[in-house]
Design a binder for this molecule. Structure first.
Ligand SMILES: [Zn+2]
Length: 883
C-alpha cells in the first residue's frame, strides 16, 4: 500500500520546509500510545498492534496536516470522533488529516513491524538461551516505525506509554512504572508515568527478560529539598554474570554530582535507567530516563582501560544530553551540534574531572580529533552548523564534524571566553529554554550575556565555515636550519580555506607553543608560549635571537582545532625521540601531527611505520597504543606502495610479535598487541602464532584467549585457510553467544575461496542469509567485512558489479543497512599503478558513476564521493611512500 516512489524501504523523506510548515500551525499536547508486544516471541509474527491517540491544536482551523507512520497496515483512523476513509487518508507512510478543528484528537490503529536493522523496535533472539529481547532506537526519525506521530524535534509533547508483553518480562519506558495489570490470556500490561514535554526521537521502550540491577542517588537542593533519582542498569539475562553494575552506578553517581554542580539545574526526568542492548547501531542514545547503550560495553571478555574509559565517556556524554538535547532541543537538525558537540565535550570533561580519568583528554586529542580531521578534509565536509534540508541528510550528519570537531571547537571556546563564562552561559540557556527548542542564536545570546563579548565573528569563523585550519611555524636563521642556530625570526602561520567557496578563512586561535630541547637523548621542555593568533601570520617575538630548538610544537596542550605543520627539524626530532616526551598531551599531539602528514602524503608511510615499531610500546596510555597500532595497519595496507607492502607488513608483524612477547603478562598493552596481531594475521605473516594460540599449548603467560580474542584469531585462521568451516561451526555450537554468532559469520565470509566471497556478496546485496531470512544489522556487517578480507585475485572480479547495484541497494534497504553495504563493498583497497594516482581505473569508475547518476539520492552520492576521496588519498600516499 505504499504509493511512494524513490523512498528507501517505504521511508519517505521529510523536508525542513514541510516540518516548519507543520510546526507553524500545530501545537501538540500529548500522545497516548499502546503497543501490544505479547506475540514478540513468535518469529513468524512480523508485526504488532500499535495504537496512538494524539491531542493537538491547530492555529488555522480548516487546514490539513499529516501524521508519520511506517507500518504494516492501518486498521482505522479517527479524527475528532469521525472515522476517516482509509483509501483517502493512508498515503504510504503518511496519515492525512484533513479539515482540522482548533482542538483535535486523532486515533490511529495499525500494525507496526519488528525491526532487525536496529531502527525502530529491534527484535533479537539470544542465541545463548533462545530468549527474545526488544528495544527501540528512534533518532533521527524512526519513532514513526513504532507509532503514528508528528516526527520532528520541535513538536514536543507529553507521552503516556502503555505496553502489553509476555508475563515476567521487564518492560520500561521514559517514565517511571505506574502499575501493571495481569490479563486473562497470561500477558501483562504495563503503565508508565507520562513524560514531561519531549521530542518524538527520544521516546523509548524496552521489553524482554532483561536482567536489572538498581540503586539510587540523592542530593540536597539549594532550597533544602532532597532530589532522589532511582537508578537502574539492565542487560540480557545471559550477560548477567559479566555485568559490573556497581561500576556503572559509581560513574553514574559521579556524573550526576558533576553535572548538578556545573549546570545548576536539577535532573529533570525522575528516574535514570541505563540499558545495554544487543545489535545496537551506535554507542548510546540519550532517551530521557531510559538511556540505551551498545552491549559491547558489557565486557564479556577482558577489557582494557581504554575500553573502560570509552564506556565512562559515553555514559557521561549521554548524561550531559539530559540537559543539552533533552531539556533544551534543537529546532531542526541543522543545529544537531547544539546537543552533540556539547555532549561530546561535556562527556570528556566529566570523564576527566568527575571520574579522575586523566587520560580522557589524551584520548580526545589523539583519537576523537583524528575522526574530525579525517571528516573535515573530505569533499563532503560541512560547517558545524549544517544545512540539513531533509531527514536523510540529518541521518548522515551524526559524523566527525557534528561530534568531534564541534567538541574540539567548544574546548577552544572554553579557553577563549574562559571556563566561568562558558558555564554561566550554559546555566542561563537551560533556565531560559527548558522544555523548548533553540537555534545557534539562542546559545550565542546566552554566551554574549555571560561573557560580555560579541561572539558573532567567532561563531561565523568557527561554526559557519568548514575545513581544517593549518598552523605551522616559519623559522629563519643564518645557518641553514640546523638545530642550535640563532633564529633571526619566528612566525606562526595560519592557513584555511572554505572547501566550498575556496575563500580564505582565518580563525581566532588561543593556543600554546611548546619549545623542546634534547638533553642527554631525551626531549625536555625549555619554554612555552601562549599565543593568540587571529590572522595569517603572527610574529613570535619571544623566539627571535634564541637558538633553533629541536622541537617546536604548535597546539601543545591541544587547546585548539588545527592540523599542525611541523618544521623539518621538529619532524626529524620526533621520528627519533617522540617517546621521550614526558607530557601525555604533548605526545598525543605529536603523534597526531605525524599521522596527518602521512595521510597528506607529506611523510612517507615507511618512516612513520619505523617510528611506530620502535616507539609504540612506550606509549603509556593504552588508548594511544591502540590508535597507533590501527594507524600502522592502515599505513601498511593503504599508504605503502605495492612494492613495499609485503615487506612493511612483515616488519610490522615481527615488531608486534616481539612487543607481545615482551609485554608485561596480563597487561593492557599485552592484550592490545595480541588483538593487533590477530588483525594483521588475516593477511599473513603470523600463521604459526595464530594456530598455537588457538589450538596449541604455546600459551603466552598472562594472555587469556577469551571469547573476543578467540574469534579474532579464528577469523585470521579462516582468512588463511588454517581452519575448516566445520571447526568454526563446532566453536559456535560450543558457546553460542552474540559475539560468537557474528564472529562465526565474519570468519565464514573471510575464507579465501571464490565461493565464500560469492556467498558473502550475495548476502550483502540481498540483505538475506542462506536461510532466506533478513540479515540483522550485525550479521549484514559481518558479511560485508568478511567479504572485504582478501587479495585482488579474489575480489577484483566483483568490482564491475558494484556500480550498477547502488541505486537498487538504496531503494531496497533502510538507510542504515544500505550505508553498511554501499560503504563496505566499495573497492577501496587498490594498488597504485603505472598510470599514477589520479588516473587509477577505480577512481575513473567512481567518477563515471557520479557523472551518470547526478540524480541519485544525495545521501547515496555522499557515500560514493567520500569513499572515492579515501581511495584517492591512499593512492597519493602510496606514490609518496617510495619504493
Ligand atoms: Zn550524543
Amino acid at each position: 500500500m505504499d504509493d511512494v516512489k524513490n523512498s528507501p524501504a517505504g521511508n519517505r523523506n521529510l523536508g525542513r520546509a514541510e516540518a516548519a510548515g507543520r510546526a507553524r500551525i500545530l501545537a501538540v499536547d500529548s500522545y497516548r500510545v499502546h503497543l501490544d508486544l505479547s506475540g514478540a516471541r513468535d518469529p513468524d509474527r512480523e508485526g504488532y498492534p500499535s495504537l496512538t491517540q494524539v491531542s493537538f491544536s491547530c492555529s488555522e482551523p480548516g487546514a490539513g496536516t499529516f501524521l508519520d507512520f511506517i507500518h504494516g497496515g492501518v486498521a482505522a483512523v479517527t479524527l475528532n470522533g469521525r472515522e476517516l476513509d482509509l483509501e483517502a487518508c493512508v498515503a504510504g507512510d503518511r496519515i492525512l488529516l484533513p479539515g482540522l478543528a482548533a482542538h483535535n484528537t486523532a486515533i490511529v490503529e495499525g500494525t507496526a513491524l519488528y525491526s532487525t536493522s536496529g531502527e525502530g523496535l529491534h527484535r533479537y533472539r539470544d542465541p545463548a538461551d533462545g530468549e527474545t529481547y526488544l528495544y527501540t532506537q528512534f533518532e533521527p526519525a524512526d519513532a514513526r516505525r513504532v507509532f503514528a506521530n508528528f516526527e520532528q524535534p520541535d513538536l514536543k509533547a507529553e507521552f503516556d506509554f502503555t505496553v502489553t508483553a509476555p508475563a515476567g518480562w521487564h518492560v520500561a519506558s521514559n517514565g517511571a512504572a505506574r502499575g501493571r495489570e495481569e490479563n486473562p490470556d497470561g500477558t501483562t500490561t504495563h503503565f508508565f508515568e507520562p513524560t514531561r514535554r519531549i521530542s518524538t526521537y527520544i521516546t523509548a521502550v524496552l521489553a524482554g527478560p532483561y536482567h536489572r540491577a538498581t540503586d539510587s542517588w540523592t542530593r540536597e537542593q539549594p532550597d533544602g529539598t532532597v532530589l532522589e533519582v532511582g537508578l537502574g542498569a539492565a542487560c540480557r539475562a545471559s550477560l548477567a554474570p559479566h555485568f559490573d553494575a556497581e561500576a556503572i552506578f559509581e560513574t553514574t553517581k559521579r556524573g550526576l554530582d558533576f553535572f548538578h554542580d556545573l549546570f545548576g539545574y536539577p535532573y529533570p526526568w525522575g528516574k535514570y535507567d541505563q540499558a545495554f542492548v544487543p545489535e545496537y547501531n551506535l554507542g548510546a542514545m540519550e532517551n530521557p530516563g531510559l538511556v540505551t547503550f551498545t552491549e559491547s560495553y558489557v565486557f564479556t571478555s577482558r577489557a582494557t582501560e581504554a575500553q573502560y574509559e570509552a564506556r565512562a565517556t559515553t555514559l557521561l556524554h549521554e548524561m550531559a544530553h539530559m540537559w543539552f538535547g533533552d531539556l533544551v532541543t534543537m529546532r531542526w537538525w541543522d543545529d544537531l551540534w547544539l546537543k552533540e558537540s556539547f555532549a561530546d565535550y561535556m562527556g570528556t570533561l566529566a570523564a576527566a574531572e568527575a571520574t579522575g580519568r586523566e587520560t580522557a583528554w589524551v584520548t580526545f586529542a589523539n583519537r576523537r580529533k583524528a575522526w574530525a580531521y579525517v571528516q573535515d578534509q573530505l569533499p563532503t565536509t560541512h560547517p558545524i552548523v549544517a544545512d540539513i534540508p531533509d531527514l536523510e541528510a540529518a541521518r548522515q550528519n551524526f559524523d566527525g564534524i557534528t561530534y568531534a570537531k564541534g567538541a574540539s571547537v567548544l574546548k577552544q571556546l572554553a579557553a577563549y571566553v574562559g571556563r566561568e563564562a562558558f558555564t554561566a552561559a550554559a546555566r542561563g540557556y537551560f533556565r531560559r529554554h527548558a522544555y523548548g527548542n533553540t537555534t545557534l542564536r539562542d546559545f550565542l545570546d546566552a554566551l554574549e550575556e555571560a561573557s560580555g563579548r560579541d561572539m558573532g565573528a567567532w561563531a561565523d569563523s568557527w561554526l559557519r565555515t568548514a575545513g581544517v585550519p593549518v598552523l605551522g611555524v616559519e623559522l629563519a636563521d643564518d645557518a641553514g636550519g640546523r638545530p642550535g642556530a640563532a633564529l633571526a625570526s619566528a612566525t606562526l602561520l595560519q592557513e584555511g580555506w572554505d572547501p566550498e567557496s575556496g575563500a580564505q578563512v582565518l580563525r581566532p586561535h588561543l593556543l600554546r607553543l611548546g619549545v623542546f630541547e634534547l638533553r642527554a637523548g631525551a626531549l625536555e621542555r625549555t619554554g612555552s608560549m601562549d599565543v593568540e593568533a587571529t590572522g595569517a601570520a603572527t610574529e613570535l617575538a619571544g623566539l627571535a635571537g634564541r637558538p633553533r630548538p629541536a622541537l617546536l610544537l604548535p597546539n601543545d596542550g591541544d587547546l585548539t582545532y588545527a592540523k599542525v605543520r611541523l618544521d623539518g627539524v621538529s619532524v626529524e626530532t620526533l621520528l627519533e625521540h617522540l617517546d621521550t616526551l614526558e607530557e601525555p598531551l604533548a605526545r598525543a599531539t605529536a603523534w597526531a601531527a605525524l599521522w596527518n602528514m602521512v595521510r597528506d602524503a607529506a611523510l612517507p608511510a615507511p618512516r612513520f611505520l619505523a617510528a611506530v615499531r620502535r616507539m609504540a610500546a612506550s606509549a603509556r596510555e593504552v588508548s594511544v597504543l591502540q590508535q597507533l597500532l590501527e594507524q600502522a595497519a592502515t599505513a601498511v595496507a593503504s599508504y605503502c606502495s605495492p612494492a613495499l607492502r609485503s615487506g612493511e607488513h612483515q616488519l610490522l608483524v615481527d615488531a608486534v610479535h616481539g612487543h607481545l612477547a615482551a609485554a608485561e603478562p596480563g597487561s593492557d598493552h599485552q592484550l592490545a598487541f595480541a588483538r593487533s596481531l590477530a588483525l594483521l594475521a588475516r593477511t599473513g605473516g603470523a600463521d604459526e602464532t595464530v594456530v598455537d594460540l588457538l589450538f596449541g599449548d604455546a600459551a603466552i603467560p598472562g594472555l587469556a584467549v577469551d571469547e573476543q580474542l578467540r574469534w579474532a584469531l579464528l577469523q585470521a585462521a579462516a582468512a588463511r585457510s588454517l581452519v575448516d568451516p566445520s571447526r568454526l561451526d563446532e566453536e559456535l555450537a560450543a558457546a553460542p553467544s552474540a559475539v560468537a554468532t557474528v564472529g562465526h559469520a565474519l570468519a565464514l565470509a573471510a575464507r579465501p575461496l571464490p565461493q565464500a566471497k560469492r556467498e558473502a556478496w550475495d548476502a550483502a546485496l540481498s540483505g538475506t542469509g542462506a536461510d532466506g531470512k533478513a540479515l540483522s544489522n550485525d550479521l549484514l556487517s559481518a558479511a560485508v567485512k568478511g567479504f572485504a578480507i582478501g587479495g585482488h585475485g579474489l575480489l577484483d572480479g566483483f568490482q564491475a558489479g558494484y556500480w550498477p547495484e547502488l541505486e537498487g541497494i538504496w531503494s531496497r534497504m533502510s538507510i542504515g543497512q544500505a550505508t553498511r553495504v554501499v560503504e563496505g563493498l566499495f573497492p577501496y583497497r587498490q594498488d597504485l599503478g603505472p598510470e599514477g594516482p589520479e588516473a587509477h581505473p577505480v577512481l575513473a569508475a567512481a567518477d563515471a558513476w557520479l557523472r551518470e547518476n547526478a540524480q541519485a539520492p544525495r545521501a547515496l552520492r555522499r557515500i560514493v564521493i567520500e569513499q572515492r576521496d579515501h581511495l584517492a588519498r591512499s593512492l597519493r600516499a602510496q606514490a609518496a611512500s617510495g619504493g
